[in-house]
Design a protein around this ligand. Structure first.
Ligand code: MEV
Length: 428
């Protein structure tokens, strides 16, 4: 993929679009089928994924354009029910491209597994006993997953915390595990269960919960970008752009100071990230819970992104959040659409994937706060909303376009009116 800036992409038909993506990436004819034909996730496959399967459920897959990340052009598949999200990410990435796109980094795939030790009369003493057994703990963890160790992962470090709870003091062990290109839930949960008998034997205390933490603070993805002030202006005028920068900074300051606004600000970020995480069959709930917990890590819920102004008055943004995504195992390796999405992304490692998601989150955030700080969000939403309404009354193709245009002209966008126009045009 050498250019993710594909002009006129939105004007193509759905089939032409997927063919274009196939030309630009190395997805196979089977991948094209998996994306573009209904039923690629067969009932048989679905039956192996979860329980009590009664069928499958489709959602639209779009692709965000214009992303340049660490100098590489990337197309980002996104699966979402929300209109405007894919277009907003693409527009924002186009603006960031002017100053070189996104620069990203990743702290590494270190997951935390928690082991809860209860009924501890002497927690600080017990903490030391556990720390003294680090080598033995490491041995047990690594024996649980020799393949992970073979690929350079495995036990990384040990942390032991004493916490105050309503049931008295507890000792909480954190196993830090390098899970490489896996999401890692299975690996670390198995390790946590495996070390428990040793912990009980050495401490004489009882172990209860053994489970990963989604607050993956050692698995952080970061992105930054410059939005030149002139690209933020509709007319390309730097003076007007400077005013938009100020408005965006006010919008950011509001979110940074107020948890009620921060929740929505971060929801905008997750509009992009969750859609892209779902597209590759990764665990959206793990990413969502990690993101929101990280947003509150200072003790006060705030934004996952920051927005500032550089020496030249350009807008500069950053984002940092836990990103526990993998490429091996789970739905990513089974779901035909997810497999195709990974190929479109052209990623070889979980680290690359995590960084793309951070860049997408930052782009999505800028698109939302720019719209809110200037035109308001409803203007852009209305056309897509009208399209959804027109589709909901059964309109397609040219008829749908006519209904949309009529509803917008008449500033009357609702299903009853859509049906009225539908019936009128159909009876002609
Ligand atoms: C809507 O899905 C997302 C926004 O509310 C995000 C935001 O307010 O920043 C527009």
């Amino acid at each position: 993929m050498n250019n993710s800036d594909i002009s006129g992409f939105y004007k193509l038909s759905q089939l032409e679009r997927v063919k274009k993506i196939a030309e630009l990436t190395d997805i196979s004819p089977e991948d094209v089928k998996a994306i573009s034909e209904a039923g690629s996730l067969t009932n048989d496959l679905a039956d192996h994924m979860i329980e009590n399967v009664i069928g499958t459920y489709s959602l639209p897959m779009g692709v965000a354009l214009n992303f340049k990340i660490n100098g590489r052009d990337v197309l980002i598949p996104m699966v979402t029910e929300e209109a405007s999200v894919v277009a907003a990410a693409s527009n924002s990435a186009k603006m960031a491209r002017v100053a070189g796109g996104f620069t990203t980094s990743f702290t590494g795939s270190i997951m935390i597994a928690q082991v809860q030790v209860v009924n501890v009369p002497d927690p600080n003493y017990v903490k030391n006993i556990i720390l003294e057994n680090k080598d033995k703990i490491k041995e047990i963890c690594n024996a649980k997953d020799p393949i992970l160790v073979k690929f350079g992962g495995g036990f990384h470090d040990l942390d032991v915390r004493v916490i105050d709870t309503s049931r008295g003091k507890m000792v909480i062990i954190h196993l830090l595990v390098n899970v490489g290109d896996a999401m890692g839930a299975n690996a670390v949960n198995s390790m946590a269960e495996a070390v428990s008998p040793l912990i009980e034997e050495k401490t004489g205390c009882k172990v209860d919960l053994r489970i990963l933490s989604n607050l993956a603070v050692y698995r952080l993805a970061r992105a930054r970008a410059v939005y030149k002030k002139e690209v933020l202006s509709k007319t390309g005028d730097p003076e007007d752009g400077a005013k938009v920068v100020e408005k965006i900074l006010d919008a950011y300051a509001f979110a940074a100071a107020d948890p009620y606004r921060a929740a929505t600000h971060n929801k905008g970020i997750m509009n992009g990230i969750s859609a892209a995480v779902l597209a590759t069959g990764n665990d959206t709930r793990a990413i969502e819970s990690g993101a929101h917990a990280y947003a509150a890590i200072s003790g006060r819920y705030t934004t996952l992104s920051t927005w500032e102004k550089d020496f030249d008055g350009n807008l500069v943004g950053t984002i940092e959040l836990p990103m526990a995504v993998g490429l091996v195992g789970g739905a990513t390796k089974i779901h035909p659409g997810a497999k195709a999405a990974v190929k479109i992304l052209g990623v070889q490692s979980a680290s690359e994937l995590a960084q793309i998601y951070a860049a997408l989150g930052l782009a999505q955030n800028l698109a939302a706060i720019k719209a809110l700080a200037t035109d308001g969000i409803q203007r852009g939403h209305m056309k897509l909303h009208a399209r959804n309404i027109a589709a909901s009354v059964g309109a397609t193709g040219e008829l749908l376009e006519k209904i949309v245009a009529q509803m917008i002209t008449d500033k009357n966008i609702n299903a009853i009116y859509a049906k009225e126009i539908f019936d009128r045009l159909n009876s002609k």
